[in-house]
Design a protein around this ligand. Structure first.
Ligand SMILES: NC(=O)c1ccc[n+]([C@@H]2O[C@H](COP(=O)([O-])OP(=O)(O)OC[C@H]3O[C@@H](n4cnc5c(N)ncnc54)[C@H](O)[C@@H]3O)[C@@H](O)[C@H]2O)c1
Ligand SMILES: O=C(O)C(=O)C[C@]1(C(=O)O)C=C[C@@H](O)C=C1
Length: 350
């Protein structure tokens, strides 16, 4: 295996710092910069890369906001004439166009890791953020050598590499990423007429649908402007479906049709780690709302030797108990339930 390429990251926020931590952990020589001195200092202090030295990078990763990416990619192609340049922005065609305009697009490969968080900045950085997630490569006019070099990033971070045309990528992510953000924010915004007590009635359904409604608007405003045509087309389909429900003579029939189509499509979404859907059994336990109870539950689970694959906690402020769901391998669920019941836990569902 060749040595990892000397890699320089421009943009030390959530994605840039996560890449820096992940690549440095794999032994890559990584440097990082940001035009915000505080973001730069933070990224360097958390191990996302050092200060650039005398040696020019072989690979440059641009991880700046989408609206800044076309100019920063073009600048990087000029500043590092021997390097291959990639970027991680959520929209790809405008950046491919900017790279083509420099005449150096043979050294530019677009990237889009399909992983992120609803928070920005290096403080949220995680070195394993991209593991087992799709990583889209848009080679456009790049050489095979440039594509092979950029591919080493998702390969070493254990991502699932997918190669696409930039415009096909932008059309697809309008549906799988950009419109979902708009829909989540619209559902959350509709809570506005409720007082706090009514909002506190929320169950897990609202939480599932609105997690990304906590995102900051800056990146999404950029994305919407840069992928406007595809986003508007997708929103048009969603609005048509909602209007069909609102205008129907029989709202139940219209909703049945919408839910049936949704059930069919949601079954096509791969599991949370980007691979095939995981077949875990949920075991939901009633947990008293007093200090130390969750720790007790987890230590009783560990005593039976059952690994918790995932966990969710649902708790309304006025309730003396919460619901904790442990997701375990199906073959271990019965043992776990029996052991927890022996310890006096009440199982709400499994
Ligand atoms: N957040 C996500 O969920 C996610 C997921 C995949 C891809 N992306 C893409 O990754 C890119 C970065 O997103 P993020 O969430 O890390 O944003 P962020 O706001 O956390 O970080 C962006 C950083 O870029 C810096 N910056 C801005 N202009 C710069 C310039 N000209 N030179 C150097 N630094 C500059 C900012 O100071 C900031 O620290 C975006 O293009 C976004 O579309 C984001
Ligand atoms: O998980 C999240 O919080 C995200 O919003 C990540 C997410 C997405 O899946 O839509 C958001 C934008 C990026 O371009 C890629 C990934």
């Amino acid at each position: 295996m060749q040595n990892p390429p000397r890699t320089h990251i421009v943009g030390a926020g959530l994605i840039g710092a996560s890449l820096g931590i992940g690549l440095a952990a794999e032994g890559w020589d990584v440097t990082i910069e940001d035009n915000d001195p505080e973001a730069q200092a933070l990224a360097r202090s958390i191990g996302a890369g050092g200060a650039p030295g005398d040696d020019a990078p072989e690979l440059v990763i641009v991880a700046v906001p989408p609206s800044a990416a076309p100019a920063v990619v073009a600048a990087a192609l000029g500043r590092y004439p021997e390097a291959v340049v990639t970027d991680v922005a959520s929209v790809k065609a405008p950046i491919a166009d900017a790279a083509a305009a420099t005449g150096a697009s043979s050294r530019y490969v677009g990237s889009h890791p399909m992983a992120g968080r609803e928070i920005s900045g290096g403080l949220g950085a995680q070195g394993d953020l991209f593991k087992a997630r799709p990583w889209v490569l848009c080679p456009n006019g790049a050489t095979a050598e440039a594509v092979a070099l950029v591919s080493r990033v998702p390969e070493v971070l254990q991502c699932d590499v997918v190669t696409m045309e930039a415009s096909a990528h932008d059309a697809a992510v309008a549906r799988v990423s950009h419109a979902p953000q708009v829909a989540a924010s619209a559902v959350a915004a509709a809570l506005g007429i409720l007082d706090a007590d009514d909002v506190a009635l929320a169950g897990q359904g609202l939480r599932d649908v609105t997690r990304i409604a906590g995102s900051l608007p800056g990146m999404w405003a950029d994305i919407a402007r840069m992928n406007r045509t595809h986003l508007i087309e997708t929103l048009g389909h969603i609005i048509d479906d909602l209007e069909d429900v609102r205008e129907a003579d029989d709202i139940g029939e219209a909703l049945t049709d919408l839910i049936d189509r949704g059930r069919f499509e949601v079954a096509r979404i791969p599991g949370k780690h980007g691979g095939a859907s995981r077949d875990w059994t949920p075991v939901t336990v009633i947990v008293p709302d007093t200090p130390g109870q969750l720790l007790r539950l987890l230590s009783h689970t560990a005593e039976v030797g059952v690994n918790v694959e995932d966990i969710s906690i649902e708790h309304s402020p006025r309730q003396p108990v919460g619901l904790t769901t442990l997701y375990v391998l199906p073959a271990r669920a019965a043992d776990l339930i029996a052991a927890l019941e022996r310890q006096g836990w009440e199982i709400a569902a499994s």
